[in-house]
Design a protein around this ligand. Structure first.
Ligand code: PLP
Length: 424
């Protein structure tokens, strides 16, 4: 065990999961690559944890933060006007597609979801919420309540009355084998049944990830969210799209993940990539919901000048370089390549994803761990996930080049071939 790992184990929580049997310390980064303490370089196919959305040491972001630092104002109070905050809110409100949108900045995705849940439960005067099975929304009381993943569950302390809906669990349930259309119908029938029998008529909201992140990049079939939205609208139930992983063009085909489904949510939440490593999250909500009196209050560090400088520079970079189109282009190379490989490698159970957000499902957690070690050896970082720890999640920076996509695909396929041969 390295000296740093021993010190980590001594003073950090045991549940703070580290990747790899020999965890690495990342000491520098440039472009889409990072270097560890021993000088080994890796293509970062997880973008930190979807945080380094436009790669490492991006001059535009560094200079924007340095300019803000040079003013001497790292933080005063969010009780004063802050130009960067207003400018960023204007851009995000416009991109969200939410009518009359207003933005509240937080420091994390957890806080963003907690805020959205507060707004929704306040608006509907109800503690009842719908969430999706296999979901992950964060680690505060409210966010954990709407999380359906036993690894994070602390349900006995839930402050919310939560019903979990079907939509991403077809292969794990009695719905296995149904066509998309039949599965959507079964899910909607189930939602109507729950509404008729199991809750009172003031459910506050449905919170859902357009592609489930920690759940293993699992996806609802086309048509599901639109069908759910129709039922929710009948009842005045709000739709919260958790875009912490799916925002900013990552899925290639839309700027926010839920826009792939033709659904305009009442609120959306964001975090992770927007600050390109600097902590920034937030909620976008319809004005009438956001302006509810006494709904939330302030956040001391949410929307601070440094985060706003980083986030404005990152978002401008994404838009100026049309990185959504790049995600579609480079993601297709990888996803198509992986699907081709899967046909001849039985150890691969499924390849799924959209744009630069894709996963490989393997037989079990042991294979997933082998994959992580093999790709690490070959110089590529990925993430593990899924309800059973058997999915490999990959979400490279949106700045990934075609050459890097091809290089990464080669490393991944070689690792899968090795694991397949071992399993044979
Ligand atoms: N929502 C989703 C979809 C996430 O993936 C995460 C984190 O992984 C969160 C919320 C929580 O965000 P944070 O870790 O910034 O609190």
């Amino acid at each position: 065990m390295s000296e740093l790992l021993a010190r980590h184990r001594a003073v950090m929580p045991a549940w703070l999961a580290l990747n790899y049997t020999e965890p690495i310390e990342i000491v520098s980064g440039k472009g889409n690559r990072v270097t560890d303490g021993e000088g080994k370089s890796y293509l970062d196919f997880f973008a930190g944890i979807l945080t380094n959305m436009i790669g490492y040491d991006v001059p535009e972001v560094r200079e924007a933060v340095e300019r803000q630092l040079a003013t001497g104002v790292v933080h005063t109070s969010t009780a004063y006007l802050l130009r960067g905050q207003v400018e960023l809110a204007e851009k995000i409100a416009r991109l969200s597609g939410i009518p009359d949108a207003k933005v509240f900045f937080t420091n994390s995705g957890t806080e963003a979801n907690e805020t959205a849940l507060l707004l929704a439960t306040y608006a509907r005067k109800s503690d009842q919420v719908f969430a999706m099975r296999q979901s992950y929304h964060g680690r505060s009381f409210g966010a954990i309540s709407v999380t359906a993943n036993r690894a994070w569950k602390n349900n006995s302390l839930s402050p919310l009355n939560v019903h979990f809906l079907h939509g991403t669990d077809r292969h794990l349930t009695q719905f296995a084998g149904l066509s998309d259309a039949d599965y959507v119908k079964a899910c909607v029938d189930d939602l109507r049944h729950v509404l008729a029998t199991s809750v009172s008529n003031d459910v506050a909201a449905l919170i859902a990830e357009p592609i489930q992140g920690v759940g293993g990049f699992t996806m609802a079939p086309d048509g599901l969210f639109a069908a759910y939205k129709e039922v929710l609208d009948e009842q005045g139930i709000l739709f919260i799209s958790d875009e912490v992983q799916t925002g900013w063009g990552r899925t290639g085909s839309a700027f926010f993940g839920i826009q792939n489904h033709g659904v305009t949510p009442d609120m959306l939440t964001f975090a992770k990539g927007l600050g390109n490593g600097f902590a920034v999250g937030g909620v976008v909500a319809r004005g009438d919901l956001m302006d509810a009196p006494h709904a939330v209050g302030l956040s001391t560090f949410g929307g601070n000048p440094i985060s706003m400088a980083a986030a404005n520079a990152t978002l401008d970079f994404v838009l100026d370089h049309d990185l959504q189109a790049n995600a579609a282009r480079t993601g297709a190379i990888i996803i198509n390549g992986l699907k081709e490989a899967a046909e001849r490698l039985p150890v691969v159970k499924e390849v799924r994803g959209k744009g630069l957000m894709f996963a490989v499902e393997l037989e079990g957690p042991a294979q997933a761990s082998r994959f992580m070690e093999e790709t690490k050896k070959a110089g590529l970082l990925a993430g593990k996930g899924g309800l059973y720890g058997n999915a490999i999640r990959m979400a490279p920076p949106l700045t990934l080049t075609v050459d890097e996509a091809v290089e990464g695909l080669g490393i991944i396929v070689t690792a899968l071939e090795t694991i397949n041969a071992e399993a044979a």
